[in-house]
Design a protein around this ligand. Structure first.
Ligand code: TYM
Length: 338
């Protein structure tokens, strides 16, 4: 098994990232045997596809590293690095750009959402973003890619690119790339905003009240849960009763994800009760589960030397792991290198 996944270092790590992806990263890391390895990275190259402040990006890359370690990613057992220190990602992206089709990229919902009506005004990087993402995983022959629901389409594109490249330039006995499998959690794969049950929880939402950050203190978390948008009805006793109630469904899902219960289990306990009773229980559960992570994060986040050392060590290992596949891709394309 080769497990590979990334996160953009823009803003804070939030509950959506944690439940949709990072918690799974840590779990998969703990399952690795001698033959398997996990590589996790900060997608800082992806972060420049939209307007950004260089100083903020530098700070966020280190902070996000601290947050991942706080969530249980162990740099001694997993390869933890940032893309910018591994030039093979950008190199392989260019090699794959001859294979990726304009039509494929045009269909990406994230491109359509982020570009909106102003496609002409977007950076080329925002459009070719998914090709870099394909390079991220194909470079390491990833077999499994743990992500939240919103990244599924990008992973399907990575498979399409790998398949076409293998068909065009590989042989059946010696394909150049492995087709990666997305690993999406059965529950909590799409955590929604606390202010709007129809929008996903996101780093780019201008309202901080829309998300729980892993760096929030206990009072802030409790306050955000208390102010979360809900409706006046009590919770239903069965899941079907949540169908038209996206905010209630989201909060029940979050509770279940931390309690290790399905939404049906949560409703068995809380059905018939109002949010006046449910919200304090949810806040308490969140604080209990997230406080240890926050404490580890606070202890590490300003240790610049330790964080730099983690990333440098991870990048050296990543460059080594990526080298054979990159060489094979150059060779398959007929590019002369000595
Ligand atoms: P990013 O930085 O937006 O998010 C990191 C991970 O968190 C998941 N996630 C969520 N899951 C559930 N509910 C939410 N509200 C929520 N918000 C985010 C994402 O699905 C993701 O798994 N393009 C990627 C980063 C990337 C990558 C890669 C991922 C670059 N290269 C290669 C996998 C493999 C992104 O912007 O994720």
């Amino acid at each position: 098994m080769r497990v590979v996944s990334g996160i953009q270092p823009t803003g804070n790590l939030h509950l959506g990232n944690y439940l949709g992806a990072i918690r799974n990263w840590a779990a998969m890391q703990d399952e690795m045997d001698d033959q398997s390895e996990c590589l996790f990275f900060l997608a800082d190259l992806h972060a420049i596809s939209q307007p950004h402040d260089p100083a903020a990006l530098r700070a966020a890359t280190l902070e996000m590293t601290a947050a991942l370690v706080a969530c249980g990613i162990d740099p001694d057992r997993s390869v933890l690095f940032n893309q910018a220190q591994v030039p093979q990602h950008a190199e392989l992206q260019w090699l794959l750009s001859g294979t990726a089709r304009m039509g494929w990229l045009n269909r990406m919902t994230q491109w359509k959402d982020k570009a909106g009506k102003n496609r002409e005004g977007q950076s080329v990087a925002l459009f070719t973003y998914p090709v870099l993402q394909a390079a991220d995983v194909l470079l390491y022959q990833a077999t499994h890619v743990p992500v939240g629901e919103d990244q599924k389409q990008h992973l399907e594109l990575a498979r399409d690119i790998a398949q076409k490249f293998n068909n065009d330039f590989g042989t059946e006995e010696a394909p150049i790339f492995t087709l990666p499998e997305p690993i999406i959690p059965a529950e909590a794969a799409r955590i929604m905003s606390l202010r709007d049950g129809s929008a996903k929880m996101s780093k780019s939402d201008p309202s901080d009240m829309s998300r729980i950050n892993l760096s929030d203190d206990a009072d802030t978390m409790a306050q955000k849960v208390k102010k979360a948008k809900t409706d006046p009805e009590p919770l239903p006793s069965e899941e079907a009763g949540l169908a038209e109630r996206p905010e209630a469904r989201n909060l029940v899902g979050i509770y279940g994800a931390f309690a290790g219960q399905s939404s049906a289990d949560v409703l068995r306990d809380f059905g018939g009760q109002g949010f006046g009773a449910f919200k304090p229980a949810l806040a308490e559960l969140l604080v209990t589960k997230l406080s240890p992570i926050r404490d580890r994060f606070v202890a590490l986040k300003d240790d610049r030397e330790a964080l730099d050392a983690i990333l440098a060590r991870g990048a050296a290992k990543a460059r080594e792991r990526g080298a054979p596949t990159l060489t094979a891709a150059y060779k398959a394309l007929g590019l002369v290198r000595h």
